[in-house]
Structures are given as structure tokens and as C-alpha cells.
Design a protein around this ligand. Sequence first.
Ligand SMILES: [Zn+2]
Ligand SMILES: [Zn+2]
Length: 332
Amino acid sequence: MHALLLKAPQELSYEEVPVPTPGPGDLLIKVKATTTCGTDLKAFRRGHPMIPMPGPLGHEYSGVVVAAGEGAKFKVGDPIMGVHSAPCQTCYWCQHGQENLCETIMATMVLGSYAEYLLIPKRIADLNVFDKPDSISFEMASLLEPLACVAQGVSKLPLTPDSSVLVIGPGAIGLMFVAALKAVGVEDVTLAGRNAGRLAVGESLGAKTSFITEIPFGNPNRYDIVVECTGQVEVWEWSVNYSRRGGTVMLFGGCPSGTRASFDTAHLHYDQVTLLSPFHFGTDAVKMSRDWLLNSNMDLSPIISGERKLKEGRAVLEDLEASRGLKYVFKP
Ligand SMILES: [Zn+2]
Ligand SMILES: [Zn+2]
């Protein structure tokens, strides 16, 4: 089969590789849709601790089962959607309501969806793979995983229908936050950033938009909730200035490892600002994400910038690197 392999940073090759064979409980799917992700871009730029090189790439997928190992939960012909990890459900964190922090959450992963066929290991197939109903496209079903990250975040926010929320960073994740906040009934959502095209997508998803950049502490534009979605240290730092007294700031975008941020201690303490920084997702967030895709009128299609061919994978990542497009889909 054809697949994209990340050989080294900036080196993505389109190659012929063997089709994987499923073991007991595993699934092999024909990939029907697989979407690009900021994590792939990070790996392409400078390598990623969770993505071995040289190796396969891609972890947002949907498809149809073409082979099922003994005792597998699905059968040949089933259309499915899934995420790329599953908690063990037995470790300390899994037992204490923090499946997202499971100590082996990344020990078994689905990796390599930028290919014609994809192996889904039993641990994930049993817990975090679902039937894909006809009511949603394979393309939208491929967004289950990034939307589960957003669901984990949304589930930790103290939201009420009249909350004012500022989302900073109009990338795919920030835009999914806009859509998710709308889906849970929050009306007053403002999306901030510098890219006019991306802000326009935010408007189509129902957000007010703003070209804000750094402003000093003491600004008059305060929000009940601020969600930072850029993963840039300086934005982590100034995002806190947009919180009202007693507000909550969610630092969602992961910054490069080894970086540090500093905050105005008086604002945090005397204004009692709550900082949250959720990582990954547990099974409840996956169910919430699936529910949004299936049962709400959430339309994430404006986030997909177009369909591309696997063999032009390198050009696709270069486009994303240059902020040309938000998220692309391959249908291998
Ligand atoms: Zn992803
Ligand atoms: Zn665990």
C-alpha cells in the first residue's frame, strides 16, 4: 500500500509499504478520510517526542473495517470512527477520574493514517472506536479526535449560557472551541487573532471576532472565560490580562518543552483568576465529541480547507507551515 513516512524533520516521503496484519482484537481499516493536525506539523517541523522517526504519520481517521482479528469488537464491512489512544482503566489516574493522564495513554497508539490501510490495536478498538452512522461523512468523522481534545477542555470550564468567552487563536482547535461553545449553548463567544481568513471562518461558526494582540494588564475588555489556543508562551502570559475578577483562563495550546511563563501574581491572587491547562482527553470527552458530531447541528466543514492527494503530502505540510489552509483531508 502507499503511505506517507516521516523520515526526519522536513523529510516526508510517499512510499510503498506492507499492509499491516491485525492480531487478536485488532482491526485493519481501509482509510476513507484522514485529516491533518497541528501535531503532525510539529513533528514535520522539528520532530515530536510521541512520533518516532523514521515512521508513519497521521492519527485522525475514519474508515471501513477490512480485516478483524479474533474476538474483535467490529466486523468486516463496518464503517467506523475512532481516536488514536485509550486509557488503561486500571492505573491510579484512570481510577481517580483522570483518564486523560493515564500513565500508559500513549503506550499504544494509532499512528499511520496517512496510508491506504490502518491498523487499530485492540486496546483502542475495544474502547474508543465507534460505528460511523450514515448521517455523518467520513470526513467529519475523522475530526472525532481533535474535537475530543476540545470536549475535554469545554467539560472543565465553569460555563453558563450567559458566559462571555474569549478564544485566542483562530487555528483549527480555536475554531472547534467556537463551534463547541455554540453547541453547549454559549452565545457570547469572541474569537481573537491576526489571520483575517481564519477569523472569517470563526464568524461563519457564530463567533464575534477581534484583531487583538498583546495588551497590558488593566485592559477594559474582560471576559468570564478566556481560552488560549496558540501554544505560544507570550500569548499564555498576556491571555491572563483578559480575565475578569473571578474569571477562568484555560491555557490550552501546548508550548515547546522547556519553556516557562510568568504571570502577574496580584491579578491571579486578588482577582482570584483560575488557571486551567487540560491535556489530551478521557473516554467521557470522546463520547461528548461523538455526541456533538452525531446529534448537534455542529457543522465543522468550514474548518476543512480542501482535499489533497497523499502523494503531495510534503506540499500539504509546507502549506500548513505557511498558514495556507487550516486542515486538509486525504481520502487515500
Ligand atoms: Zn490530532
Ligand atoms: Zn490508566
